[in-house]
Design a protein around this ligand. Structure first.
Ligand SMILES: [Mn+2]
Length: 339
């Protein structure tokens, strides 16, 4: 950490900063320039309290040198982490497309969805049983019964299931139903108690980006999960809120490149909630894969116009099939494997 002192700093103020650092268990390296005095804190930065230093007289600015996240950082683990989801690998060279409906509705709907997911060649299936809806009067999901319908449909093709957990009180139910991947939605990215709870399990977690979260906040949210011992984390970019109203959210393709540099963990993209319209999904999916995403989370419904939720952004089974063909072509060009 670097502490920049103001121009009129006194020796007494410099001594006070040095004493404070020593009290925190660090050494101080004082460098007096013509205009400024800068104090370098030597030692474990984790022990430092930035705000306490900032508050001292004569201190102008305190700058962290180390990243605040550790386990999720690329510096902690140089090579790409591959997350194993019931034998299905995601990350490294392996790209996965996770497809399925926004929400679990009925058993026939889930059976038809599983048929389409498997037919398109996808190895993982998504579906929401517990739905975080903007309005309390909208359909809230089929709950535990939905988990059962989902499992029944997916197991016919050995498709691991991906579903959203909104409330820590439902975690045991998720574990009993052997949910293969727990999704933490955009609205819960900074629900730290929920993150701590999933951090205590070893179930892979898809951590969606908060709709207005910075990359640093997102990495810190993942660190909450990792700090509990669960390192099976997959980042999911799903678009951020912008001034534009033409589409639902603005897909941040730049975030893919940044995350691939900052973390060893896999990064996937949800093009459905980014664009918010089915016709945008193929273009956004192709862009994401080309930009280095390790996978996609795509909404597909057997009959999109009958979907109970997010009907206008769901692909049809035929559209998913076509998209998979295009993605295989891109994967080949950039030297990646796609299921
Ligand atoms: Mn949805």
């Amino acid at each position: 950490m670097i502490i920049i002192m103001s121009n009129e700093v006194t020796d007494g103020q410099i001594d006070a900063v040095t004493a404070k650092l020593q009290k925190m268990g660090l050494d101080a390296n004082i460098s007096r320039g013509v205009e400024r005095t800068v104090i370098g804190a030597i030692g474990d930065e984790q022990k430092l309290d930035k705000e306490a230093l900032q508050a001292l007289p004569g201190v102008e600015e305190v700058i962290r040198v180390m990243k605040p996240y550790k386990i999720v950082a690329r510096s902690y683990h140089k090579s790409d982490t591959v997350v194993d989801i019931g034998g299905v690998k995601l990350g490294g060279n392996q790209v996965q497309v996770i497809a399925g409906p926004c929400s679990v509705e009925t058993q026939p709907q889930m059976d038809a969805a599983a048929d389409a997911v498997a037919a398109a060649g996808c190895k993982l299936m998504r579906g929401g049983a517990f739905k975080p809806r903007t309005s309390p009067y909208s359909f809230q999901g089929t709950g535990v019964e939905g988990l059962e319908m989902f499992r029944n449909a997916a197991q016919r093709y050995n498709l691991p299931i991906v579903t959203e957990l909104m409330d820590a009180r439902m975690l045991d139910t998720f574990l009993e139903h052997k949910v293969d991947v727990i999704q933490i939605g955009t609205r819960n990215m900074q629900n730290f108690d929920l993150l701590k709870e999933v951090g205590r399990t070893h179930v892979p977690v898809i951590l969606k980006r908060g709709m207005s979260a910075t990359i640093s906040e997102w990495l810190m949210a993942a660190e909450y999960i990792a700090a509990g011992g669960n390192h099976n984390i997959i980042f999911c970019e799903r678009g951020v809120r912008s001034f534009e109203t033409y589409y639902r959210n603005m897909l941040d393709v730049t975030a893919i490149a940044v995350l691939k540099k900052e973390t060893h963990l896999p990064v996937i993209v949800d093009p459905s909630h980014a664009g918010g319209k089915a016709w945008m999904v193929p273009a956004l999916s192709r862009a994401a894969l080309a930009a280095g995403a390790d996978g996609l989370l795509v909404e597909m419904h057997p009959t999109p116009c009958e979907a109970w939720c997010d009907a206008d952004q769901a692909l049809s089974p035929e559209q998913l099939n076509t998209l998979m063909g295009e993605l295989r072509g891109i994967a080949q060009v950039i030297g990646r494997e796609i299921a």
